[in-house]
Ligand binder design. Structure first.
Ligand code: G3I
Ligand code: 9MR
Length: 594
């Protein structure tokens, strides 16, 4: 009894001491993990406390307001173990807190000197700035032009890669355009941390982009991006995309085929665009490039019709011609090593290789059918309807077709594509992850609970995209659980995760700071804001690179280095940023309508 009393007194004392010191002092990831960007008043709000085997629970949790007053005391859920790492964690649910303001969550634990979370905010528009920055990232990625004030918002840089003197590579030579023919293919976005431009990835990016627009037209119609085209006839986000679409059009050869990429033979050094002098080439026309291009152009023809009829018509023609080329060349795959055996100069940059193009046929045919209602396209779509439901990524685009057909169900559909089928496939795909979020997840997230959740680009291709899928499910069912799980995915990339990083540059208290990004690295002002890092990747394809040293024995969900040379965990890419803003915009738009 005496011992119990003593223990009680010690806890009270510790709590008092800790309270006095309950302010955020940890410059890196403290033990309390939460969304560092903010919450809307009525959202679910949780934090995850990471513990150690020596101390499996915290004694108290409470929340302080800006004045240091305790405005909430709560309890933690029972200690459970992170299903990926086995580490003990406790979840705190403080959803009852709805008053806008800035707060700190404190948890008392004898071995912590500073038991506070990073400060977090509750506000009515939590993700508008994030969405805007994630979209403005694409302005920074623009090739062939300088970024200038007032648009560059502090990150101006000179132009590089005019791409008006691009050579046709031997692999892409035709009678009309023999090897060495000079073509002009300016504009578009740099793909990623590197300066090349790849059609397959661009196509996927445009698909997610334009579908996100259609899901949240009103939101995007009023979102000001401060780009040179702002104030013109179309919404800023469509104007930004147009910069890339116009480049994509230049990648179509006279015969309708589409070059796989526009690239230097080898990756450039970490220098500014204007310092890059390597010759650029357009390389091999592939089936995947033609089909991703066709799908993109068909989708663009629909979306831009109200704003630019001429472009819409041009896009329709380009889509049809690329599709026809693909039908005539159904198996031209991008096999870089094989290509290099045959043609010079050897090309060693990103491959975006894909040896199964059934899903690309499905997507292109579906988009062309939605646009033209011509039976030919319906037949090809039905022929290529996939057996499995696989989340959309650059190399598997079937789900984009499903989702686009689903939200346009008022239009004719290819036979055998009944509404229930598409909806059921999506919901069945999501259910196990939603169950995990409620039961085993220490992050309350439908993402990050399996080893297999961690791979190159998983922050986007896994996490943000799962959130976007949840937004589609919410739209189709209006069942709140899908919206909550979309929000949980966003919480995850914004800080409620195993590393404690907010994986978006320039956001949160512990953001990614040193991405594998030539534009950031070579800029005198440092890292550009609004970019999503690839994320934890236990495959560590970059482990042999100089300086890349992952800590030993870290679990899959912590296999991440905020270090520029780590291209397999810390690169940034257009296809990843598009899922980030599709998710944050979708949630923000719903917060706004509340
Ligand atoms: O498909 C297999 C899967 O079966 C296996 O379980 C898993 C294990 O790691 O690997 C899967 O393949 C991975 C593939 O992506 C599909 O996701 C490869 O290991 C992985 O190496 C590959 O990574 C791609 C990477 O290029 C290397 O090719 C990324 O998805 C892709 O985003 C990335 O793209 C690069 C461009 O080439 C160049 N520009 C930058 C860009 C981003 O890093
Ligand atoms: O910088 C390159 C990055 O954009 C690519 O995604 C990555 C994978 O293709 O490759 C990076 O380049 C590295 C190369 O592959 C290996 N040597 C180190 C390069 C980075 O400095």
């Amino acid at each position: 009894m005496k011992g119990e009393k003593m223990k009680g007194k010690i806890i009270v004392l510790l709590s008092a001491l800790a309270l006095m010191g309950c302010h955020y002092t940890n410059p890196d990831n403290g033990p309390i993990r939460l969304n560092q960007v903010g919450f809307a008043p009525n959202q679910e709000k949780t934090a995850t406390i990471t513990l150690s085997d020596e101390q499996l629970t915290v004694s108290d949790v409470f929340i302080l307001n800006e004045n240091g007053d305790t405005i909430w005391t709560g309890v933690t859920a029972e200690t459970c173990s992170n299903p990926v790492s086995g580490k003990p964690c406790q979840l705190v649910d403080f959803s009852v807190l709805t008053e806008p303001g800035e707060y700190t969550l404190c948890a008392i634990h004898p071995s912590w000197s500073s038991p506070a979370s990073a400060p977090f905010i509750i506000t009515n528009r939590p993700y508008r700035e994030l969405t805007r920055a994630a979209l403005r990232a694409f302005y920074h990625q623009r090739a062939s032009m300088a970024t200038e004030e007032p648009y560059a918002e502090g990150y101006a840089r000179p132009a590089g890669h005019p791409d008006d003197h691009v050579l046709v590579h031997a692999s892409a030579a035709t009678a009309e355009r023999p090897e060495g023919t000079v073509i002009s293919s300016p504009g578009g976005w740099y793909d990623a941390g590197d300066y090349n431009k790849y059609i397959v990835n661009s196509g996927y990016t445009m698909g997610v982009w334009l579908m996100a627009y259609e899901m949240n037209k009103e939101y995007f119609d009023t979102l000001k991006l401060n780009i040179p085209e702002s104030g013109q006839a179309m919404p800023d986000m469509l104007a930004e995309a147009m910069y890339n679409l116009r480049w994509m059009m230049t990648m179509q050869d006279l015969d309708g085929g589409v070059y796989h990429k526009l690239t230097t033979p080898n990756f450039e050094k970490f220098i500014r665009p204007d310092q890059c002098k390597q010759q650029r080439y357009v390389v091999l026309k592939t089936t995947a490039a033609a089909l991703d291009f066709a799908a993109t152009m068909a989708l663009s023809a629909r979306v831009y019709a109200p704003f630019d009829a001429q472009f819409s018509e041009q896009a329709t023609q380009a889509a049809m011609r690329a599709f026809e080329w693909a039908l005539a060349h159904p198996e031209v795959y991008y096999d870089q090593p094989k290509m290099n055996e045959e043609f010079q100069p050897a090309i060693t940059t990103g491959a975006y290789d894909d040896f199964d193009v059934r899903d690309e046929f499905f997507w292109a045919a579906a988009e062309l059918f939605l646009l033209t209602h011509e039976e030919l396209y319906a037949a090809v779509a039905v022929d290529h309807m996939p057996a499995d439901y696989i989340p959309a990524v650059w190399g598997n685009v079937a789900e984009l077709a499903y989702l686009d057909m689903l939200v346009h169900f008022e239009q004719p559909q290819p036979a055998s594509m009944e509404e229930d089928k598409g909806v059921n496939l999506l919901l069945a795909h999501l259910q196990p992850y939603l169950d995990e979020a409620d039961t085993i997840s220490v992050f309350r997230s439908p993402y990050g609970n399996r080893e297999s959740d961690f791979f190159w680009g998983c922050n986007s291709e896994g996490c943000c995209w799962r959130g976007v899928e949840c937004l589609y499910a919410y739209r189709l069912t209006r069942d709140e659980k899908y919206l909550i799980n979309a929000e949980r995915c966003l919480n995850y990339v914004l800080g409620q995760n195993a590393t404690g990083f907010c994986y978006v540059t320039g956001f949160g208290t512990h953001p990614t700071k040193d991405p594998h990004h030539r534009l950031s690295y070579s800029h005198s002002k440092g890292t550009l804001p609004g970019f999503l890092a690839g994320g934890p990747n236990p495959a560590r394809q970059d482990a042999a690179t100089d300086g890349v040293k992952y800590p030993k024995n870290v679990p899959a969900d912590e296999s991440y280095l905020d270090y520029q040379p780590s291209y397999a965990s810390n690169e940034v890419t257009i296809n990843w940023n598009v899922t980030l803003f599709a998710l944050s915009a979708g949630i923000d738009a719903l917060c706004e309508n509340e």
